[in-house]
Ligand binder design. Structure first.
Ligand code: F6P
Length: 327
């Protein structure tokens, strides 16, 4: 079976980019090991701190962040990092050509229940010039040179693209290597499965309410087919299901908290997932426009997300088009 690095070389990925990806996968193997140790490693539960997003940090959020941060900042090819768990970007003493944005442990509320969690990463080229501040990172998702995630489930899997195919690798625990287990992901155009946190229904804007109501009417409703619903509460594992067998995932705008009408972060959740989804033949939008076209104004910016099987995303966007934007 093919190992990770030779497959990247076969895609003509540059050695400097391969080295950054390799650094991420070394950190991922360590995170996977700690997660699989579970309570034995003494890392379950929360810290007493909150991150910049006002969320309580899990001990493993901190461990995963520290591992990625330390290893990436030691890499000669990395210029700076942005992390969900860091208030600001951190610039490396090395003057590498790449910027890495990451969510070290997505869906971390699943840790204590032994559910799937993941690491999401997005790699950008440092813009030419002397710029060293946060604005270096404020590039639209379509500028990403690589993106991917590691899902720590029953198996640890890495799904990534350097702009060509979306490849899936599985961590062989016996040799400690990611081995290629799926050459190319192809998301079916249509689906009968959707993912949304239904408990927020009363807070959604009209287009999302109407869209989901019609899905729930099943074969006697306007969609003329029955839909199944899945919600893993970790974007990585919901997206992994869609990359594997299709589906629609949405975390839309809602009015629960006027200061935070969106939940998911653009730079290290929505944009890297959008690149993977598009490269696998799906679509990723905020309900109105392509996520990869959105130019961030802040590294921790949040965004509405509708992604997955292309024709289902189009359908969902048709409902949005009938209403004015709530934001
Ligand atoms: O980014 C945070 C996250 O955990 C995502 O991974 C996931 O899709 C979502 O939040 C879960 O949200 P909720 O708590 O509403 O189920």
């Amino acid at each position: 079976m093919k190992r990770l690095l030779p497959t990247l070389r076969a895609d003509q990925t540059s050695e400097s980019l391969i080295s950054v990806i390799n650094t991420i996968h070394i950190a991922a193997k360590e995170i996977s090991f700690r997660l699989h140790q579970g309570a034995l490693a003494g890392v379950l539960g929360s810290t007493l701190d909150e991150n910049i997003q006002g969320e309580t940090q899990k001990k493993l959020d901190v461990v995963a962040n520290q591992l990625l941060k330390t290893l990436l900042l030691e890499s000669p090819n990395v210029h700076a990092i942005a992390s969900e768990e860091e208030d600001s970007i951190v610039v490396s003493p090395n003057s590498g050509h790449y910027l890495v944005a990451f969510d070290p442990l997505d869906g971390s509320s699943n840790i204590d229940i032994n559910g799937s969690v993941g690491t999401i990463f997005s790699i950008l080229r440092k813009p030419e010039g002397e710029e060293t501040g946060e604005s270096m990172f404020l590039q639209p998702g379509k500028a990403q040179v690589a993106a991917g995630y590691i899902v720590y489930g029953p198996a640890t899997m890495l799904v990534m693209t350097t702009g060509k195919a979306v490849r899936t690798y599985t961590l062989d625990q016996t040799v400690g290597e990611f081995l290629l287990t799926r050459e190319t992901a192809e998301i079916p155009r249509s689906t009968r499965e959707f993912a949304i946190n239904m408990s927020n229904q009363r807070h959604w804007a009209p287009p999302v309410k109407e869209y989901v109501e019609d899905l729930l009417k099943g074969e006697t409703g306007p969609r003329k087919k029955n839909f199944n619903m899945r919600w893993n509460a970790a974007m990585v594992s919901d997206v992994h299901r869609i990359i594997t067998r299709g589906g629609l995932f949405t975390y839309p705008w809602d009015d629960r908290n006027g200061k935070k009408p969106f939940k998911l972060r653009l730079m290290y959740e929505a944009a890297p997932m959008a690149l993977l989804i598009e490269k696998a033949g799906g679509k990723a939008t905020d309900g109105y426009q392509r996520i990869l076209d959105i130019v961030p104004t802040d590294i921790h910016q949040r965004v509405g997300v509708v992604l997955g099987s292309a024709s289902e995303v189009d359908k969902c966007m048709d409902y949005h088009a009938k209403h004015p934007k709530p934001f």
